[in-house]
Ligand binder design. Structure first.
Ligand code: FDA
Ligand code: NAD
Length: 468
């Protein structure tokens, strides 16, 4: 088969790839120099839409509406944009082999791609219950959500199982966003998770431990037990924050079942899921199951060829890997978090966008023998569900204080939390903030001002952020 050769090649066609393409054009890439290879059939889009407006019965988001870079208020890059700029968008093409020494990638259809500079932007894959051999987890109508095809299947199931019952497995980002989306579609939702309170993970070290255990072929039940009792893992929601969301969801009619896990699934004669068996003995009826038990960075193609750390591909502050001319960005990169003098991996969209831009700037700077500043990232996470919307900036370490009105039945429900370490405020969370208030908490996390007493901080609340 013919071999194709490009000066710059991006493997993966998600958020980071799209933002990288825009930066390549800003930096003056010439027609024919850049290609993006993606397993997906569509041009890069803002993945967060899949768990939100894509699933709504009204005001539904559909492509081409949410191609990158609309998520950050930028230009929408339609498929035509890539052809106008002379960028090859090679879609529905999975790379199955990578040889970094000979600078060659090979697709599932045996096409060969050569490059001078490679950007790895393969993102994450979902962790599946079948990976652990959970009984019946291969039944029909058990869904995961990562790519647009998954979302389309879920939309179809919501239509087919109108007014049916759903069980959502997992109390993280997917669990919280999908429970809300299903409820909005008039589905009867039960949400099941092992922890004592719902939480989104901040750091992904735990998953590494979990995979190590899995590789050791320990039983799923044992893994889950270990997981359930490991409360030392830094999780974003404090018990107080979680209590608000749990009550809010309960008031919306979501049935929350905590402290247990799904250990098996029953199916009808058509092979469709009909119930979920929990470890505590309960059995929940289900027409649809949605599983959100975490993601894992897609680094397999490069195993043994590039240095890895904390489950991802190790990079410097310019997203250069241990191999010359190979960069890694987005979910797969483990990079120096300058602000905390630590190396970390981040599975969120803001970092995917910014790391991609940084890598492209670094590529051009190195070609032009100029220099750019090292990546100096302030962690930023957000989520939206029902009429709620929160933002978090910084680090969730140290003591916490809650401020504002966290009564779930209050019409304003504006509240937040600060994290205080070594006398400084290092992290801030805000539900229902205005753009100015969100900007103010971001500034707090960046500046790390000295904290007064915790009581004083709780009393001042947002006023503390506004004066920084
Ligand atoms: P991304 O996953 O976007 O792209 C990777 C691409 O590589 C995919 O197109 C994939 O098909 C392709 N690929 C992988 N292997 C390949 C191979 N071998 N060959 C060819 N192509 C390959 N974050 C946030 O901050 N706020 C939010 O609200 C949300 N919401 C959200 C919802 C849902 C449903 C998901 C799944 C994720 C989020 N996120 C989020 C997380 C955020 O979307 C995520 O961190 C970024 O998309 C990561 O961008 P990447 O480009 O690294 O991977
Ligand atoms: P997550 O790490 O946020 O949550 C995983 C959850 O799995 C845990 O909170 C736990 O409750 C649960 N869990 C583990 N084993 C379980 C079991 N056996 N039964 C029930 N629950 C179990 O991961 P996720 O929610 O699956 O998200 C996947 C990826 O998508 C992540 O990279 C995430 O960052 C991304 N995402 C982000 C957003 C956002 O930032 N707003 C939204 C959606 C998805």
């Amino acid at each position: 088969m013919a071999e194709k050769s490009f000066k710059y090649l991006i493997v993966g066609g998600g958020v980071a790839a799209g933002y990288a393409a825009r930066e390549f054009v800003k930096q003056g890439v010439k027609p024919g120099e850049l290609a993006i290879i993606s397993k997906e059939a569509v041009a890069p889009y803002e993945r967060p839409a899949l768990s939100k407006a894509y699933l709504f019965p009204e005001g539904t988001a559909r492509l081409p509406g949410f191609h990158v870079c609309v998520g950050s208020g930028g230009e929408r890059l339609l498929p035509e944009w890539y052809s106008e700029k002379g960028i090859s968008l090679i879609l529905s093409t999975e790379i199955v082999k990578a040889d970094l020494a000979s600078k060659t990638l090979v697709s599932a259809a045996s096409e060969t791609f050569k490059y001078q500079t490679l950007i790895i932007a393969t993102g994450s894959a979902v962790v599946k219950l079948t990976d652990f051999g959970v009984r019946g987890a291969d039944a029909k109508n058990i869904y995961y959500l990562r790519e647009i095809e998954d979302a389309d299947q879920l939309v179809e199931a919501i239509k087919t199982k109108k007014n049916g019952k759903a069980v959502v497995v997992g109390g993280g980002y997917i669990g919280l966003e999908l429970s809300a989306a299903l409820k909005i579609n008039n589905i009867d939702v039960s949400m099941v998770y092992p922890e004592p309170w719902c939480s989104n993970q901040m750091m992904y070290e735990l998953k590494r431990i979990r995979y190590a255990v899995i590789c050791g072929r320990v039983l799923w039940a044992a893994i889950v037990s270990a997981y359930m009792y490991d409360f030392t893992v830094p999780r974003l929601f404090t018990p107080e924050i979680a209590a608000f969301y749990e009550s809010y969801y309960t008031n919306k009619g979501v049935n929350i079942i905590k402290g247990t896990v799904a250990v098996g699934f029953g199916a009808n004669e058509k092979g469709e899921v009909k119930d979920v068996k929990l470890k505590d003995g309960r059995v929940l009826e289900a027409d649809i199951v949605v599983v959100g038990v975490g993601g894992r960075p897609l680094t397999t193609l490069f195993k043994g060829q590039v240095e890895e750390e904390k489950g991802g591909i190790k990079t410097d502050g310019f997203f250069k890997t241990s191999i010359p001319d190979v960069y890694a960005v987005g979910d797969v990169a483990t990079f120096p978090m300058k602000l905390y003098n630590e190396i970390r991996r981040v599975e969120h969209v803001d970092h995917a966008r910014k790391s991609a831009e940084q890598a492209v700037k670094a590529i051009f700077a190195s070609e032009q023998r100029t220099s750019i500043d090292e990546y100096d990232y302030l962690p930023f996470f957000y989520s939206r569900s029902f009429d709620l919307s929160w933002q978090f900036y910084g680090d969730n370490v140290g003591d916490t204080v809650l401020f504002g009105d966290s009564n779930p039945t209050s019409p304003t429900h504006k509240f937040g939390s600060y994290w205080i370490k070594d006398g400084k405020v290092v992290g801030a969370f805000l539900e229902s903030g205005t753009p100015e208030e969100n900007k103010a908490i971001a500034k707090v996390a960046r500046v790390q001002p000295a904290a007064s007493t915790l009581d004083q901080l709780a009393k001042e609340g947002l006023a503390f952020a506004s004066k920084i």
